[in-house]
Ligand binder design. Structure first.
Ligand code: 3PG
Length: 212
């Protein structure tokens, strides 16, 4: 079985940017997600880097209309299954392992695995994957590097994430092999902690308006 391209593209094409979030206090997840959705960013990646992350996903899935909550930083089977049980509609990993791909094949919830080199991309292509996260985008070589992959690996489309900003996003989004970008700049840990929902909404609106 191959990647469910239709399902992952729904997530990737919902808006130009997927906000990547680190949430300590799950109680902040609902107002934060509401601000993101109001601003025009429905796909929301909550990273499993905090104790409250799974609860945050569950609360968003149950309470925020229009949101497409997903889990990020999913590294193993237990996390994949817990993320799905919490209501994740997509799963993101910084890389890819055979174990993760095997689990994804048995799940209705699609995986967006990470890759940073031609060989990593080709290994995922062998498993039927053509929609990938390019990670860490800026540190691995940025938009010019990713552009170089577009001709030999034309079937593969990416969500570059890592070091991407409002200023850098348009250059990525103009590439033929980019469907969306990911980044934490819309709602960083400080903004969430400060409950700056209007600031988050404003940055979401600016991100949603980026055209490639
Ligand atoms: C991460 O590793 O947290 C994500 O890739 C987001 O990266 P960023 O904070 O550089 O946007």
């Amino acid at each position: 079985m191959a990647q469910n391209v239709e399902r992952i593209e729904k997530v990737m094409l919902a808006a130009p940017v997927i906000p990547v979030l680190v949430i300590e206090d799950p109680k902040k997840a609902v107002p934060m997600a509401e601000a993101l959705v109001r601003g025009g960013l429905p796909s929301i990646e909550i990273t499993l880097r905090t104790e409250g992350a799974l609860e945050a996903i569950r609360l968003v899935a149950e309470n925020v209309e229009g949101a497409i909550p997903g889990a990020g930083t999913v590294l193993d089977q237990a996390q994949y299954e817990a993320a799905v049980a919490a209501g994740s509609q997509f799963i993101v990993s910084p890389g890819a392992t055979n174990t993760l791909i095997d689990i994804a094949e048995q799940s209705d919830v699609p995986l967006l695995p990470g890759a940073a080199t031609a060989s990593e991309v080709m290994a995922l292509m062998e498993r039927g994957y053509q929609r990938l996260k390019f990670f860490p985008a800026e540190q691995a070589g940025g938009a010019s590097y990713l552009k170089s992959l577009s001709s030999p690996l034309a079937a593969v489309k990416f969500c570059p994430t890592g070091g991407v900003s409002l200023e850098k996003a348009p250059t990525y989004l103009k590439l033929p092999n980019v469907l969306c970008v990911g980044g934490s700049w819309i709602a960083d840990a400080k903004a969430i902690e400060a409950e700056d929902w209007s600031g988050i909404e404003e940055r979401a609106r600016a991100a949603a308006a980026i055209s490639g």
